[in-house]
Design a protein around this ligand. Structure first.
Ligand code: ADP
Length: 202
C-alpha cells in the first residue's frame, strides 16, 4: 500500500433518506496520511452519515470514496480491516475489566498468546490505564472510559482511526488530555485520524 495516496478520498457523495431528507449533497473530502482531520458542524450537518459511508456501514446513493486506498463500495472488507472505529457510545463491556476488554477485542482480531498479552500491555500503558487494568470499567471516570474506547479501536493497528465526538461529555482536563493523545497518535505513529465534533473551538 502506497502511503502517498490520501488516507481518505471522497468525491461527490450524495445520500438521501426516506422522507426527502438530503443528508449529503455532493460531499467531497481528502485527508492526507498522518493528519488529524475534523468534520465540524452542527447536529444534522451530515457528519455521522459521512463517517458511516467511510466506515462501510452505509452506502451512498452515488459518489465514490476510498479509505487507505480501498474502495468502500467494492472492497468494504478490506476497508474494515484497515480502520478502527470509536463510536460515541462506548463499546466496552462495563462489567469486565479494562484488560479483559482489550483481550477480547484482540481475540476478535485474531491475536492470541504472547502477542495478545504484549499488545494489551502496550495499550494499557500508552493510555495510562495500567493502574486500572484489573478494575471493572463501570467504575472508570469518563476520561478513562474514553481512553479505553480509543485503545479498543487501536488493538489491530489500523491505518485510519475514526472517532465520533471523542471529547463530548469530558471535563476540560480530560478533554485536553484526549487532544494530546490524538496529536501524539497522528504525529508519532503516522496514524490518520478522522473525527467529528460540534465544538467549534476544537
Ligand atoms: P450529524 O452527524 O452532523 O448530526 P447526520 O449525518 O446524523 O448529521 O444527519 C444528516 C441529516 O440526515 C439530518 O437531517 C438527519 O435528520 C438525517 N438522517 C440521518 N440519519 C437518518 C436516518 N436513518 N433516517 C432518516 N434521516 C436521517
Amino acid at each position: 500500500m502506497s502511503t502517498r495516496a490520501p488516507a481518505v478520498e471522497a468525491r461527490n457523495l450524495i445520500k438521501t433518506y426516506p422522507g426527502d431528507v438530503t443528508a449529503l449533497n455532493g460531499m467531497a473530502v481528502t485527508v492526507e496520511t498522518g493528519k488529524v482531520f475534523g468534520l465540524l458542524g452542527p447536529n444534522g450537518a451530515g457528519k455521522s452519515t459521512t463517517v458511516k459511508i467511510l466506515t462501510t456501514l452505509a452506502r451512498p446513493d452515488s459518489g465514490t470514496a476510498t479509505v487507505a486506498g480501498h474502495d468502500v463500495l467494492r472492497h468494504p472488507d478490506r476497508v474494515r480491516r484497515t480502520i478502527g472505529v470509536v463510536a460515541q457510545k462506548s463499546g466496552a463491556d462495563p462489567v469486565a475489566t479494562g484488560r479483559e476488554n482489550l483481550q477480547l477485542q484482540g481475540r476478535l482480531y485474531g491475536l492470541t498468546g504472547a502477542a495478545l498479552g504484549r499488545r494489551v500491555d502496550e495499550l494499557l500503558e500508552r493510555f495510562d490505564l495500567g493502574h486500572a487494568a484489573k478494575r471493572i470499567v463501570k467504575g472508570y471516570s469518563g476520561g478513562m472510559q474514553r481512553r479505553l474506547d480509543v485503545a479498543l479501536g487501536l488493538v489491530h493497528r489500523p491505518e485510519v482511526l475514526f472517532l465520533d465526538e471523542p471529547t463530548t461529555g469530558l471535563d476540560p482536563e480530560a478533554r485536553a488530555a484526549m487532544w494530546d493523545e490524538i496529536s501524539r497518535l497522528a504525529g508519532d505513529e503516522g496514524l490518520t485520524i478522522v473525527l467529528t465534533t460540534h465544538y467549534l473551538e476544537e
